[in-house]
Design a protein around this ligand. Structure first.
Ligand SMILES: NC(=O)c1ccc[n+]([C@@H]2O[C@H](COP(=O)([O-])OP(=O)(O)OC[C@H]3O[C@@H](n4cnc5c(N)ncnc54)[C@H](O)[C@@H]3O)[C@@H](O)[C@H]2O)c1
Ligand SMILES: [Zn+2]
Length: 372
């Protein structure tokens, strides 16, 4: 088996590390920063607090990032970077703010729209601004990945762009920033962590270092996600979920995600289900489909986590979703035959081909029919 492990992001973790921001920017040799964030952090005052604390290093804010960021937001952010003579970026928020900053920090050196690179196969330019990533969800793991997931409403697509230029220079992971995340978003982003870990493990691109990381992150999710959802101010649960999030990010960024992420794109695009919940919706289904693949290593993974086998773990994933209030079917949407056909068609996304078992349209159809 041939594999290579690469992880260029410096990770600084702990309560209060967001306070290191100014020092970190100076260490990077940067002096004119743009804070990229979303409207929640403008309203909460945290964005302004960070700008004020930066002693002039942050000179401007782009605050228009929406959940599942749009290509147009990336283009607007890149224009603001160019106009402001910006030499570094700070992304504060969930995966959406981080992904927008990653893409904008790369295309700002070109006159291009990000559309040129989104789902087109055109390689991203490698020149990019240094990015300090400060995640506020636990979460996407975007702070350590080379992925930026963008949406293009006009063309009806959502999907990842992968580029080595997207690795942040440093991730400041401060669990305190997740305390304000409401229970539903904690549940949704938390199940995303489990999807990253499990899918990274069974991806065709799996490799031993990422396997170990996947196991570590999955264990934490089963142990702490329920508490993080039910007791938002439980510091231990928040810190452990922040740890699981970054480690799951490391577990999937090289092997890449698989079937559940492929299906999440149309579920988010067409039915507006938030990313994590959309991924989690199909995770137990694919756990059953994949259970017997890869010569027993998928069952072995489940056993390491204390389950009888992957079928038993699939039941536990289902129960976890029930306990944290995530949906387990699509009944409320009263899907038409056409909508099911669209879900099947758009689920045929490149990530689907990383799945250990070949997924046919008939299998996707059977899955979505069972959820109607
Ligand atoms: N780049 C990657 O490697 C990667 C991996 C997985 C998913 N993603 C993408 O990331 C996006 C999802 O990111 P996300 O799940 O982190 O959510 P998000 O960034 O879309 O945020 C969702 C909502 O939660 C709010 N929020 C975030 N942190 C908060 C906090 N601490 N307190 C209160 N509210 C808060 C935001 O304001 C927003 O309204 C999707 O587009 C998904 O496809 C990227
Ligand atoms: Zn995800």
């Amino acid at each position: 088996m041939l594999w290579e492990y690469l992880q260029p992001v410096t990770i600084r973790f702990g309560e209060g590390v967001v306070g290191d921001l100014t020092k970190v920017a100076a260490e990077l040799g940067c002096s004119r920063g743009l804070l990229v964030s979303d409207p929640f952090f403008m309203k909460s005052g945290l964005a302004q607090k960070i700008v004020d604390a930066s002693q002039g290093a942050l000179v401007d804010v782009y605050s228009q990032v929406s959940p599942n960021p749009e290509v147009t937001e990336v283009d607007a952010c890149a224009r603001q970077i160019r106009a402001g003579g910006i030499d570094f970026l700070v992304a504060l928020g969930g995966g959406s703010a981080l992904d927008c900053a990653k893409a904008a920090g790369s295309i700002c050196f070109t006159g291009d729209s990000i559309r040129k690179y989104h789902g087109t196969g055109v390689a991203m330019p490698q020149k990019h601004l240094p990015l300090i990533a400060i995640p506020t969800t636990a979460g996407t793991g975007s702070e350590v990945t080379c992925v930026s997931v963008l949406s293009d409403k006009e063309l009806g697509k959502k999907g990842p762009i992968v580029s080595n230029a997207f690795y942040p220079a440093i991730a400041l992971i401060d669990p305190e920033l997740t305390y304000t995340l409401p229970p539903y978003m904690t549940a949704s982003t938390g199940i995303d962590v489990l999807c990253h870990a499990v899918e990274g493990f069974w991806s065709k691109g799996h490799q031993p270092i990422c396997d170990a990381l996947a196991l570590h992150a999955s264990k934490i999710v089963f142990q702490y996600l329920r508490t993080a959802v039910k007791e938002p101010s439980n510091k231990e649960a928040r810190a452990k979920m922040a740890e699981a999030s970054v480690i799951a990010g490391l577990a999937f960024t090289l092997p890449k995600t698989t079937s559940s992420h492929a299906c999440s794109f149309p579920l988010t695009n067409l039915l507006h289900i938030p990313h994590g919940e959309a991924c989690g919706l199909t995770l137990d289904y694919f756990a059953r489909i994949n259970a017997d693949a890869q010569d027993g290593r998928i069952h072995a993974f489940a056993r390491e986590l204390g389950f009888k086998d992957m079928y038993d773990m699939a039941d536990a994933i289902h129960q976890l979703k029930v306990d944290i209030g995530l949906r387990c079917d699509l009944k409320e949407y009263h899907l038409t035959d056409e909508q099911v056909a669209d879900l099947v068609r758009i689920s045929r996304h490149p990530n689907l081909y990383n799945n250990p078992v070949d997924i046919t349209d008939e299998m996707l159809d059977a899955m979505y029919q069972s959820m109607r």
